[in-house]
Design a binder for this molecule. Structure first.
Ligand SMILES: Cc1cc2nc3c(=O)[nH]c(=O)nc-3n(C[C@H](O)[C@H](O)[C@H](O)COP(=O)(O)O)c2cc1C
Length: 212
């Protein structure tokens, strides 16, 4: 089984709560399944560019016109997507490690999704609609936030976006370990909430380890 771990957090592991959740998750995963293959992608080490008009023509040109031939500039604009989509296309499970920023995901993660969730890679587009061409079954979110809020809260702009984005390509199994209320200057019980999230991360890891 292939697990792709995408890290969308520039903070060092010693201070990052979401990276601490990732440590819990991957320790449990590899203890429970020694055959799992984990690929790590740190988006701050391999930064996705914002999608340009040339890249859009490269991604969507063949959908509109079967005779489409990309120009050199369009091909170059799609370099990041062409070089970085295969790991996601081959993943059974995607793990996203991230903080909540401005009630949603860090922009670098959205930039990555814009580059890799494109026709010809994760799905094919026809007049009948979308046909997924990936093997992704589950998306795991390992999240940390200062505020006290969870999925369903009116301020939560993260999980509705993730559910909509992956629902589009037919992936509805979204598992979440969320350490909220981590600002100790405003909220008591931050450690207990972190522990609950770490427990959730370990439980999800056990379930992923048992997947066949
Ligand atoms: C640019 C920025 C925006 C943030 N926006 C929010 C927010 O909207 N809601 C929230 O609860 N915390 C917000 N935070 C706080 C982080 O989510 C919080 O500190 C989290 O624990 C950081 O995760 P990390 O420890 O894994 O880096 C923000 C932090 C930064 C730097």
């Amino acid at each position: 089984m292939n697990v792709l771990h995408v890290i969308a957090n520039p903070r060092p592991a010693e201070v990052s709560k979401s990276k601490m959740l990732a440590l819990e998750f991957f320790t449990t995963l590899t203890e429970n399944n020694s055959e799992v293959i984990v690929n790590n992608v740190d988006l701050y080490q391999s930064r996705p560019p914002f999608v340009t008009a040339e890249a859009l023509r490269y991604f969507w040109g063949p959908v509109a016109d079967s005779d489409y031939n990309p120009s050199k500039a369009e091909e170059t604009a799609a370099n990041y997507s062409n070089n970085n989509s295969s790991m996601l296309m081959e993943a059974d499970v995607l793990v996203l490690t991230l903080p909540v920023w401005i009630n949603s995901m860090p922009a670098i993660l959205k930039a990555w999704l814009d580059q890799v969730l494109v026709p010809g890679k994760m799905f094919e587009m026809s007049p009948e609609g979308i046909s997924p061409t990936h093997r992704l079954r589950t998306v795991v979110l390992l999240v940390s936030s200062d505020e006290l809020y969870k999925e369903g809260d009116v301020l939560d702009g993260l999980t509705p976006a993730i559910r909509a984005i992956f629902g589009y390509i037919g992936v509805d199994d979204i598992q979440i370990a969320w350490a909220d209320g981590q600002d100790t200057s405003r909220h008591i019980g931050a450690e207990e909430r972190f522990e609950l999230a770490a427990e959730a991360a370990r439980e999800i890891a056990e379930e992923v380890a048992a997947m066949t």
